[in-house]
Design a binder for this molecule. Sequence first.
Ligand SMILES: Nc1nc2c(c(=O)[nH]1)N[C@H]1C(S)=C(S)[C@@H](COP(=O)(O)OP(=O)(O)OC[C@H]3O[C@@H](n4cnc5c(=O)[nH]c(N)nc54)[C@H](O)[C@@H]3O)O[C@H]1N2
Ligand SMILES: Nc1nc2c(c(=O)[nH]1)N[C@H]1C(S)=C(S)[C@@H](COP(=O)(O)OP(=O)(O)OC[C@H]3O[C@@H](n4cnc5c(=O)[nH]c(N)nc54)[C@H](O)[C@@H]3O)O[C@H]1N2
Ligand SMILES: [Mo]
Length: 768
Amino acid sequence: MSKQKRQRTTAQPPEKLTGLKLGSIPESAGGLTAVGVALQHVQREMGTLRGFKLLSKLNQHDGFDCPGCAWPDPDKERSSIAEYCENGAKAVAEEATLKRVDAKFFSKNSVASLAELSDYEIGKMGRLTEPMMLKEGATHYEPISWTDAFELIADELNGLQTPDEAIFYTSGRTSNEAAFLYQLFVRLFGTNNLPDCSNMCHESSGQALSQTLGIGKGSVTLEDIHKAEVIMVVGQNPGTNHPRMLSALQKCKRNGGKIITVNPLPETGLMGFKHPQQVADLVTGATTLTDIFLQVRINGDVPLAKALMLMLLEAEQTTPGSVFDHAFIEEYCDGYNQFIANLKKYDLGEMIDRCGVPEALLREAADLLIKHDKIIICWAMGLTQHKNAVANIKELVNLLLLRGAVGKEGAGTCPVRGHSNVQGDRTMGIWEAPKEAFLKRLGDEFNFEAPRKHGYSVVPAIEAMHREDAKVFIAMGGNFISATPDTEYTAEALRRCKLTVQISTKLNRSHLIHGRRALILPCLGRTEKDVQEEGEQFVSVENSMGVVHRSRGALKPASRELLSEPAIIAGLATSTLGEESGVDWHWHVEDYDRIRDAIEACIPGFEEYNKRVRQDGGFYLPNGARERKFNTADGKAHFTVNTLPELEVGNDEYLMMTIRSHDQFNTTIYGLDDRYRGIYNERRIVLMNPEDVKAAGLQQGEAVNILSSFNGVEREARNFLVVPFNIPTRCIATYFPEANVLVPIDNFADGSKTPASKSIVCRIEKRG
Ligand SMILES: Nc1nc2c(c(=O)[nH]1)N[C@H]1C(S)=C(S)[C@@H](COP(=O)(O)OP(=O)(O)OC[C@H]3O[C@@H](n4cnc5c(=O)[nH]c(N)nc54)[C@H](O)[C@@H]3O)O[C@H]1N2
Ligand SMILES: Nc1nc2c(c(=O)[nH]1)N[C@H]1C(S)=C(S)[C@@H](COP(=O)(O)OP(=O)(O)OC[C@H]3O[C@@H](n4cnc5c(=O)[nH]c(N)nc54)[C@H](O)[C@@H]3O)O[C@H]1N2
Ligand SMILES: [Mo]
């Protein structure tokens, strides 16, 4: 790599190290330490009293939805003390911080100087307080009025040759009300360029599930989790990313359920759990969660699923009718014969070798799956971010179908969603590939012809900006530069835009890597009171299990200048579309009930929206798979034939996954510790098998560079410290977003285009 190229790394977090400390790995998650850490974060950001007052509203019926993950709340009774987790408390503290990033801050700090800070440092600066603009060639952001900001955007948008030259990104924290208005504005403007964070997240699940079961969402409810006999948790780290799931797993275990975990890492939270709010747990110790731990190689899930299904087939052949649910298969499924014929072609021994799990353990797991048919499979990014991600999920659907484990109590699919409203945003029409029926209803209701041409998802959007086919980029939340793959390529794409606009609560790197002109439009967060013309408003969100419920903020907004997301959209739409749109945007925003009425008119399942959303706990959206109504073309659930991933790791290479530490929410870095993995005060680390460390002649704590080479392009991430860890050989792990520079833009999942950020072929180079 040339010297010049190396210097141009300002789009990445800086290389500087913060001082790695290694500690012991705890045996269980939760407990009093979790409570203590949560309180530290709350105290530091917002003061003890204010913090406690706010936390008492978190996830309560009349309170606000946690801005963290999408794990559901109990339908009826809620704990009056605390219906949240350590990481939920951190998420709240981060948003409700008392620190402010105001005009004075921007006049003192140039964009270039801020870009030299780490994501942790940037995030800790505080909440944005007023609209800011970066003029072409300027070094500092300056204040701009809301009216001027809207006009500027309208001029740029209306000056484009076609509406398809604009891109409208959404991150999954946006409420249903804001998401619906946003997509309406974008489609009235004339494009379906609505990429969203889901494209990098559960898109592979959506694809696999709609093709096989006729709905792109999971089929289970929280009650099902409690009642399951076997739960497989595959490629997911709930102790960190969905901590409240641990109490649901604990309930399942107390009802006699068993848990099989499939993961390259023995994640602490899945091994043991102490409920931080149950005194008995704190006294008597942790509940063991995982009964069988299958330590799969990275991207070894297809061979692993095939191995398990071959074992099921063996048992079925020995005693026909004892394992497969033939009545279910006959009545509801298609493709069984082709599937079985194909499965028989695979050699069990080879599948076992390829997944890397000892045969005895696989047999134990298969035995549980043979003896019980109330089976739930939960999964997250460990499955969705590979080239063969869609196949990963389809194989697990095959497994469930064989056992008739879909659409009955205690059984089904459970893709555990990330952002708190990512599922709702898609329901609202944030999708670059909308269905005809949806576009037709939208057009009929609002009297226009919605564009039919599909738009760009995230990866094609970046490529379009890189080619300069797209020139204006607007983001409703999120942190596009740090969340997307191939950091330097994406930075170049954004720099080529004429205008980049970020609608945000907090400062992030996407404000610093920008187009020729840039705008920051600050908005209200979940925790804050949203007062409009007709009084205080609430918004609504859909959780991972399809429950739509309300969320009402409690705090005084961080600044008087902030607008709500719906109000910002109304401003954008009014100035861009003028009278032409025929929609009275501001009238809708005066009372969000009016937006919900419009949603009810356009989207099935939202009948009596305003009434039902006011019930405690909200309401369930219809879910065909849950009732064995498979909305595929032929009304059947589909077995599918999936091939094995290609073997791709050479002798001096490793397969790398980019994962989350315990102290971050995506690109928001709460702190520098990863307590459940025993790693403290450093994010630039690479987890390696101790044998690999030795074989490569490396030492614990030694600094290395990581290189990835794909389709002839070499990428480099510099200065990572080696941490020997319990991970399969030839597999390594780094944190996202530090390692995103290594994720090739053109390496993504077949069918869903989700970047393959969990299987990057890499080399490791000692730093001279
Ligand atoms: N506190 C907190 N909560 C969050 C988030 C956060 O960053 N912080 N992010 C939110 C979002 S948007 C999402 S999508 C979710 C993410 O939730 P997760 O998917 O749990 O997050 P990751 O850290 O990406 O973890 C992936 C897990 O998959 C495993 N894995 C990696 N590769 C493979 C593989 O090939 N096979 C198998 N079987 N396992 C593999 C890793 O070891 C890890 O345990 O969490 C949400 N909740
Ligand atoms: N290498 C690698 N890359 C990944 C992943 C991975 O596992 N590995 N995971 C992927 C996944 S699963 C996801 S979901 C994406 C996440 O991608 P994004 O959703 O784009 O990223 P976040 O870090 O969640 O966005 C955080 C920013 O959102 C803004 N924000 C927070 N709350 C609000 C709000 O209420 N309103 C508005 N308007 N803004 C708000 C704040 O300014 C904050 O800085 O990243 C993906 N990227
Ligand atoms: Mo996500």
